[in-house]
Ligand binder design. Structure first.
Ligand code: NAP
Length: 353
């Protein structure tokens, strides 16, 4: 579906320093948009330097603003005059001490905070919420309970909690709250983008997204004896950025949208790296037996037994046809995204000790 980026008003991207946001900002700048990037510290060059460089080399313009998900009203200055808001900011990490404070509060309070400012900012007519497939399912085993054995946009994650898969829980409660706020008014329209695991190269040199931890473990020897065959979906970060732009500017976009290019698992993903990187890096070449992962997972990789039972050797299935059809999306091949991501990590020294 063709769409035109509206360059007549600025566009706000929350969490502009992030991995996913980097490509959204880049594509907006390339199309001539004026981007208001909301970040925690606009003076932190390590976090925002790549965005400034992008802007210098693009027809669009960039203005950075300081904002924090936990500070009410802090996105208001960045939102002033904007017609479109991309709300991507939300912590994506799995190793946290306090799931409520580290994940749920920023995700949920942050969503309330941003959308309250949208309510107060008359110029905004469109919000694109970066939700996740994590708001649709908790474990790969949940796919079996979905209509026809495949997740679709009608499904909500009911199996994650503060104690089990708290990141997924944070994305679920945040998206539910976003729809509650959006449905309580009629001035602005919201479209949710629900990506599976995001892979592919970053626009920054030192990305902190959890996406990179998985790749790190594949290349640094953590999985050299083999990988647990955890079923999951993946999507390239550039295809996901395109999906965000479609969601914002294509009038056909609506509701929730599963954005996922491939149904795969960790072993299959690692295998795509073998031809180019297999002789130099201790990549996993085989699947670990589920019984062994169940036995040793809690000690080795912090994999809980419930997680192992419900995800290892369990196929992940999702129906991505809604977004493919209505947004006209196409997806890069898995091996391209994997090799470009891993190659970039090699280049910046991610596996050097
Ligand atoms: P990321 O690089 O870690 O980006 C997260 C962004 O959120 C960063 O800009 C971060 O700012 C910001 N943030 C975190 N806590 C904040 C706070 N208290 N106040 C203000 N900003 C805060 O991770 P990502 O992978 O790009 O994730 C971006 C979005 O995509 C998230 O909503 C995530 O849930 C969603 N998503 C990601 C994946 C994936 O596989 N990567 C899959 C599905 C959905 P700092 O740079 O200052 O830390």
């Amino acid at each position: 579906m063709p769409y035109l980026v509206n360059t007549s008003a600025p566009v706000l991207v929350t969490g502009a320093s992030g991995y996913v946001a980097g490509w959204i900002v880049k594509k907006l700048l390339e199309r001539g948009a004026t981007v208001h990037g909301a970040v925690r510290d606009p003076k932190d060059e390590a976090k925002v330097g790549h965005l400034r460089t992008m802007a210098e080399n693009s027809p669009g313009g960039l203005k950075l603003f300081k904002a924090d998900l936990l500070e009410p009203g802090s996105y208001r200055p960045a939102m002033r005059g904007c017609a479109t808001v991309f709300h991507t900011a939300s912590p994506f990490k799995t190793d946290v001490n306090d799931p409520q404070a580290d994940l749920v509060d920023p995700a949920l309070e942050g969503t309330r905070n941003v959308l309250q400012s949208v309510n107060d900012t008359e110029t905004v007519s469109k919000v694109v919420l970066t939700s996740s497939c994590a708001a649709i399912y908790g474990d790969a085993a949940d796919c079996a309970d979905a209509p026809g054995g495949r997740l679709d946009e009608s499904v909500w994650n009911t199996t994650s909690s503060l104690d089990y898969q708290p990141y997924s829980f944070s994305k679920t409660v945040a998206e539910r709250e976003a729809w509650r706020i959006a449905d309580a008014q009629s001035r602005w329209k919201m479209v949710a983008v629900n990506p599976s695991l995001v892979i592919g190269p970053a626009t920054q040199n030192a990305p902190t997204s959890e996406s990179f931890s998985i790749m790190q473990q594949m290349g640094n020897g953590t999985m050299k004896a083999g990988a647990p065959r955890i079923g999951l979906g993946v999507v390239d970060v550039r295809d996901l950025a395109d999906a965000h732009l479609h969601a914002a500017f294509d009038p056909a976009a609506e509701g929730r949208n599963i954005i996922s290019g491939h149904e795969t698992d960790l072993v299959e993903m690692a295998k795509t790296l073998q031809p180019t990187f297999g002789s130099h890096y201790p990549l996993p070449t085989r699947a670990l037996p589920k019984s062994l992962v169940w036995l040793l997972g809690p000690m080795l990789g912090g994999l809980r037994r419930k997680f192992v039972s419900r995800n290892v050797n369990v196929k992940w299935r999702a129906d991505n046809s809604k977004a493919t059809r209505s947004l006209g999306l196409t997806y890069r091949p898995l091996d391209v995204s994997m090799n470009e991501m891993f190659g970039q990590m090699v280049k910046v020294g991610a596996f050097d000790d």
